[in-house]
Design a protein around this ligand. Structure first.
Ligand SMILES: Nc1nc2c(ncn2[C@@H]2O[C@H](COP(=O)(O)OP(=O)(O)OP(=O)(O)O)[C@@H](O)[C@H]2O)c(=O)[nH]1
Length: 276
């Protein structure tokens, strides 16, 4: 599986920390070598003082002293390199945290763009996208789809009698129940106010759709508990069916909206668009 960029960046800092660890070990070895060379040279010099003058041995000791100097210098350079590595690791860690925070902000902005702030349901934009996608699939596989336009009845009176906050609370409870009545492949969205739209994928026939509408109406029947209040909210549902009532998203939504008004007028709970 491909790792996401944040993980890759995090791995980069971890890899760099491993390189630093390795480099620190090498520096320790080099420092140890310099110390050993130094003590060996000291012993050699002391021994040489006791014996006859031997220029080759003196030269060798001098050379060894030079080597010790170089090894010491290498150890110092390694210390500088390791400090730079430590600095780089700290910088990367800061960048990684910034990257994670930017990604989280992006994800939350994306969520906000496609969801309703009050209820968390998909919004109009996401619903339209799912509907377009659903219609394309339905055309390809010759499926029947249903669109339901659900509008709460006299919701204004809840706001008027109990206040806007109570109204918000009711909308959240209703939304939760609507989600619970939705199958995985279906979508329920809030179109603003007290209007909700359903996309029901792959239904068999109108009898099937009617059963779903009845299930939704039943789910809404239970009183909504808002503090000490128990508020009963009913809804009217208009239903349009693809392909019978139209081929485009726009036509299907308008037909469902029209059918919803008919259901509201006749207090029938739900009504199908057209005459079938
Ligand atoms: N609490 C709350 N109320 C909202 C929100 N959005 C819209 N409303 C209110 O919802 C009410 C919808 O009222 P109407 O469109 O007149 O519908 P209704 O009262 O349900 O009447 P019918 O649809 O004819 O049954 C209005 O009072 C809006 O102010 C919201 O986010 N929170």
């Amino acid at each position: 599986m491909k790792s996401p960029p944040i993980n890759k960046a995090a791995n980069a800092a971890t890899r760099l920390a491993k390189v630093l660890d390795h480099s620190e070990q090498i520096k320790d070895v080099v420092e140890e070598c310099a110390e050993e060379l130094s003590s060996v040279n000291l012993v050699l010099k002391e021994s040489l003082a006791d014996i006859d003058h031997q220029p080759e041995v003196e030269n060798a000791i001098e050379k060894s002293g030079e080597v010790k100097g170089k090894v010491q210098e290498a150890a110092e350079q390694l210390t500088i390199v390791n400090q730079a590595l430590e600095h780089e690791i700290r910088e990367r860690e800061v960048l990684e945290h910034q990257l994670i925070s930017v990604r989280q902000q992006e994800a939350s902005a994306r969520h906000e763009a496609f969801h309703d702030a009050l209820t968390g349901l998909p919004n109009r934009v996401l619903f339209n996208d799912r509907l377009e996608h659903g219609l394309a699939q339905a055309k390809r596989h010759e499926w029947t789809l249903a669109i339901m336009f659900l509008d709460l009845d006299e919701f204004k009176s809840i706001n008027d009698q109990y206040g806007h906050d109570a109204g918000d609370h009711v909308l959240k409870i209703i939304s939760k129940r609507l989600i619970e009545t939705t199958r995985v492949d279906d979508t329920v969205s809030r179109h603003g106010g007290d209007e909700f739209l359903y996309l029901i994928m792959e239904v068999d026939d109108r009898q099937d759709i009617a059963l779903i509408a009845e299930k939704i109406i039943k789910a809404l029947q239970a009183p909504c508990k808002v503090g000490k209040l128990e508020l009963v909210v009913t809804a009217s549902i208009g239903i349009s069916v693809f392909p019978d009532d139209g081929e485009s998203a726009d036509v299907l939504i308008k037909s469902a909206d029209k059918a919803m008004y008919q259901a509201k007028r006749t207090k029938s709970g739900y009504a199908f668009a057209g005459k079938h």
